[in-house]
Design a protein around this ligand. Structure first.
Ligand SMILES: Cc1cc2nc3c(=O)[nH]c(=O)nc-3n(C[C@H](O)[C@H](O)[C@H](O)COP(=O)(O)OP(=O)(O)OC[C@H]3O[C@@H](n4cnc5c(N)ncnc54)[C@H](O)[C@@H]3O)c2cc1C
Length: 381
């Protein structure tokens, strides 16, 4: 059986980010990284813009697994899904055998949500575009077709719809709630984004979800919750993702929404750590690039024997483009307070103030998006 000092599960932003941070800070530990995909490094945030530019999946690849292994001086095992963590014997089990670890890092990311409520004969044809492999598959399915239905008007769904439209496709966006990105954007910001997206050519149906997708003669037949019928060529779900926690749960680690970690990224087992979208720190998952980056630096110093650095939540920015409209959001924490919005013809500024009147978050649309650094500084005081 193979023995490794440190094993990392996952080759996404978190797994590779950790490895990079370790090498940058001179941590010499031998690392084996195992991933169930092909181990190519890429940015998930490049997927939607890549569709607009009709770029081939190979062009979005920043490096192959072999290049990453060489650059980061690690062994990278690809196309191997780990199916068990045996904590008693400090082993992980995968398709082709077992590896003993001294320390283990879980960086298995999130699973795209699928609409379990959707009925019909074509639900198995529903696509998601959350990885390079899925991006590549979507490109083969859409070849020679024109109509796409996007399910879910979250910020990511809106970005996806805008980019598909920019690629010359006919896009209809279905959102069951009364406004787009309801969990993130206050009313005027959402309206502003909706107008920009509609002006770019996306057909937006708010308060309209799908109940059925059936295979028709030469297209997919859709039935909405309100009983309207229409047809499309492809349906893409953009319903967010759920942390992949099954391995940790089966191994008896503490799991909430994600795998629970402390401020040094250790799970309830001190020899196992978790990072990235699968990990939950102080009730939030670590899923934004800046937070993953911070977590990688903290964990690199812990693994390098310098446990002084600790994870702390800092206000971080989420950037998106809804068609030609830039949006920058600093999500407020879960505290009582209210949004105050100011709209002009070209942009919207929304500030979230807590009950003491302190600025705790903001959303900026259009021309107002240039104001993010000033507002971040205000929040720091
Ligand atoms: C389509 C999309 C667009 C996004 N765009 C943005 C954006 O514009 N801005 C932004 O701030 N954030 C964006 N995000 C969110 C952000 O990209 C993610 O939170 C981040 O990529 C998570 O990185 P990760 O390494 O934790 O997980 P992932 O990137 O999901 O990596 C998980 C890795 O684990 C591997 N794995 C999973 N299970 C196993 C197993 N059992 N055995 C072995 N390997 C396994 C997978 O193969 C993969 O390599 C986007 C997310 C998506 C899906």
């Amino acid at each position: 059986m193979k023995r490794a000092g440190l094993v990392i599960l996952g080759s996404g932003m978190a797994g590779y980010g950790l490895l990079r941070a370790m090498r940058r800070s001179g941590v010499p530990t031998a690392v084996t990284l195992i991933t169930r995909d092909d181990g190519a490094a890429y940015l998930r945030s490049d997927l939607a813009p890549g569709l607009a530019g009709r770029r081939d999946a190979r062009d979005l690849r920043l490096a192959t697994a072999a290049q990453m292994a060489y650059r980061l001086e690690a062994e990278i095992i690809t196309q191997q899904a780990v199916h068990e963590i045996d904590r008693e014997h400090r082993l992980i089990r995968m398709q082709d055998g077992e590896i003993a670890y001294e320390r283990l890092v879980i960086a298995t990311g999130g699973e795209p949500r699928r609409p379990g409520w959707l009925k019909g004969s074509a639900t198995d044809q529903l696509l998601t575009i959350s990885s390079l492999a899925e991006y590549s598959y979507f490109n083969t399915v859409i070849a020679g077709r024109r109509r796409v239905a996007v399910l879910g008007g979250s910020l990511a769904g809106c970005e996806l719809a805008g980019n598909l439209c920019a690629a010359g496709l006919q896009v209809t966006l279905f959102e069951p709630a009364a406004q787009l990105a309801q969990d993130l954007l206050p009313t005027l910001c959402a309206k502003f984004g909706e107008r920009a997206l509609a002006a770019s050519g996306v057909r937006i149906l708010c308060e309209e979800g799908l109940q059925r997708v059936d295979q028709g003669a030469d297209a997919l037949d859709l039935l909405t919750l309100a009983g309207a019928r229409c047809s499309t060529d492809v349906v893409v779900a953009a319903l967010g993702s759920t942390p992949r926690t099954a391995l940790a749960l089966a191994a008896g680690l503490e799991v909430g929404h994600g795998v629970r970690v402390d401020k040094r990224l250790a799970t309830s087992d001190p020899s196992i750590f978790a990072i990235g979208e699968c990990a939950e720190f102080e009730k939030r998952t670590i899923d934004l690039p800046e937070d993953i980056d911070q977590a990688a630096r903290v964990l690199a110093s812990v693994l390098g024997g310098e446990p002084g650095r600790m994870m702390v939540w800092r206000p971080t920015l989420r950037r998106a483009r809804l068609a030609r409209c830039p949006a920058i959001i600093c999500e407020p924490p879960n505290v009582a307070g209210e949004w105050h919005e100011r709209a002009t013809h070209h942009g919207v500024t929304a500030e979230f103030h807590d009950r003491e009147g302190d600025l705790r978050g903001f959303a900026l649309m259009g021309t107002a998006s240039g104001d993010s650094e000033r507002l971040l500084r205000r929040m720091a005081h």
